[in-house]
Design a protein around this ligand. Sequence first.
Ligand code: 13P
Length: 335
Amino acid sequence: MASASALPIIARKLVAPGKGILAADESIGTCGKRFQKYGIPETPEMRRKWRGLLFSTPGIEKGLSGVILFDETIRQETSEGEPFAEYLEGRGVLPGIKVDQKTEPLAGSPEEELTKGLEGLPERLREYVGFGAKFTKWRAVIRIKENLPTDACIEENARRMAAYAKESQRAGLVPVVEPEVLLDGVHTLVRSEEVIGKTLRAVFREVKREGCDLSGLILKSSMALPGKDSGATASPGEIAEATLRVLLSSVPKEVPGILFLSGGATPEEATERLNEIVKKGNAINAPWPLTFSYSRALQDPVLAAWRGKDENAPQAQAIFAERVAQTARVSEGRL
Ligand code: 13P
């Protein structure tokens, strides 16, 4: 097990210059929805093949510091019989694991959700350490509507997230706290910035209250964006300004790095926006490295090329290698 002092070293490796993280931790249900689009059978073996295709792509270690796995995947192996976590680590890519489990409706506000997963967490973390995991992820979902999010939703999700972060650090695993403010809705960019700020302030208040080591923890955040159905558009420059403003006002500078999720943005949007955020962040000497932890924006074009067919694998890997290389360049503001 990693000692407490190893946490900041792992955290800094995860946000090393020119690198970011592949989120490949889709639950069986979410992965199934993506497979259905192409008629790919929703079996453990097809999910293993898909993840194996991604992880064995030549050259990805140059742009990926880590990969987030799902429970099923950390128990699976490459076609040569090597457990995925060991295989990734052997390539210099740190294996991580999603540890939150489903959500439950918030009492009194049925459109909102609370993330579950604290029950039995210490035991599960011990098992993941045995598989070679180095870091963990916990996602909470915050929805924006006219009267949402409620304070109760933000507060309880923040409290659970902080309790998870503390347990993860106790187990020697760097927690990645991900309070995702959803893109869905008709809200403005200003409202998105407000809600992200309120959420992050609650998360860091709770994280401090739990006594977590801020230097051994990573934030994964949404970018500030107008709602998907708002009809409004915002330029990458406006998005970058709003995103940096809210992070500067709510994230402690001791945090070693900030990752962004792609949240349903297209690969092109996710690329341009990150590029702008990093360029502007560098210009103002932002206190943290800013990089990516994308699932859809890295994987979607690759899945569309693969479609579950072995003969498409080389072409799919070539597309993935290029997506990783481009996103890694962008994480240094070099579009
Ligand atoms: P997206 O990049 O597709 O938003 O996924 C990131 C993630 O890890 C969501 O939990």
